[in-house]
Ligand binder design. Structure first.
Ligand code: GLU
Length: 304
């Protein structure tokens, strides 16, 4: 990939402070972009206002600034892109790939894969047209009794730059995915697929999102958009082998200890030790020393 064409991104959800796990994703995506002479965008995935924590987006920006990250262009907020998501949904609906789903949580209890209860018969044009009409009605005028799902049948094959070749039977392993929730909010899979296909050339993020990538690539393909390349870094685990996240009470990263924390993240990403004494020299050295091939090819790593 030539430097002029590389566009990377870091896309935190504003559901908590920047913790060590999100620092790893920020550092890996930043170093990978900058070492290719590429751009690095910051996108705030605030598509789910009920889960957003007030001021979390500002806190993220402050923490990233304190740690010496610089992003290109304006910050992108998913909450401001509803028209773009709707435009793409209308395209999927025109292709009769969407249907309304009135299944409740209780209906789907103990079911990991949606059993296609509301899926229209794909051999009956009438039932597909009916589904498309209901979807159009929900998109133009809220209908809190139904979510919208996208029909997912195919296999997805892609090469992850860290984890290697991936083959996922998205139809049977993941099933028809919700793209609009009952409460009219756009689902993350749709928003992320649309945003990442909009000029991002390489996504570097945590391996917990590997299955999601298959769904997102599939959605991009249905929309005739080109997927970016993917590189999934190991997810940081705490002492109890849990992914660091708000749910597992991950501590915010310590902005008083910037250089040691950067060095710790650098080690966790398998990179060769840097002999540096300031944050500025850390980034200079890190960008020229960054080697994606040194990142461990495993899905998780313990760092404590
Ligand atoms: N916003 C999501 C998160 O913070 C996804 C990030 C991504 O796609 O890189 O988990």
């Amino acid at each position: 990939m030539t430097s002029a064409t590389y566009v990377g991104r870091f896309a935190p959800s504003p559901t908590g402070a920047l913790h060590f796990g999100s620092l790893l994703a920020a550092m890996a995506s930043f170093c990978d972009a900058r070492s290719h002479g590429g751009l690095w965008r910051l996108r705030i995935d605030d598509i789910d206002p009920p889960r957003a924590i007030p001021n979390a987006a500002e806190q993220f920006q402050n923490s990233l600034n304190n740690f010496g990250f610089h992003w290109d262009g304006p910050i992108i907020f998913q909450s401001e892109r509803s028209d773009v998501y709707k435009h793409h949904l209308l395209q999927l609906n025109q292709k009769q790939l969407l249907y309304p789903c009135s299944c409740s949580r209780r209906d789907l209890r103990n079911k990991n894969i949606y059993p296609n209860i509301c899926r229209p018969s794909l051999n009956t044009p009438n039932s597909q047209q009916q589904a498309a009409n209901l979807v159009a009605a929900k998109l133009s005028d809220s209908d809190a009794t139904r979510a919208i799902r996208v029909i997912i049948d195919n296999n997805v094959i892609f090469n992850d730059l860290i984890q290697g070749p991936q083959h996922m039977e998205v139809g049977s392993q993941l099933g028809d995915t919700v793209v609009v929730r009952r409460d009219d909010l756009f689902a993350y899979a749709l928003a992320c697929a649309v945003d990442d296909a909009d000029g991002i050339t390489r996504v570097v993020r945590g391996a917990d999102l590997l299955p999601t990538s298959a769904t997102q690539i599939h959605i991009m393909t249905l929309l005739e958009l080109s997927p970016p390349e993917y590189a999934h870094i190991p997810v940081a685990l705490n002492r109890d082998n849990q992914k660091l996240s708000k749910q597992t009470q991950a501590k915010p990263i310590d902005t008083m200890e910037v250089l040691p924390t950067l060095q710790q993240a650098w080690r966790a990403l398998g990179q060769t030790k840097l002999d540096v004494h300031s944050v500025e020299s850390f980034w200079q050295a890190a960008i020229s020393a960054w080697n994606l091939n040194c990142v461990s090819r495993c899905l998780s790593t313990s760092y404590e």
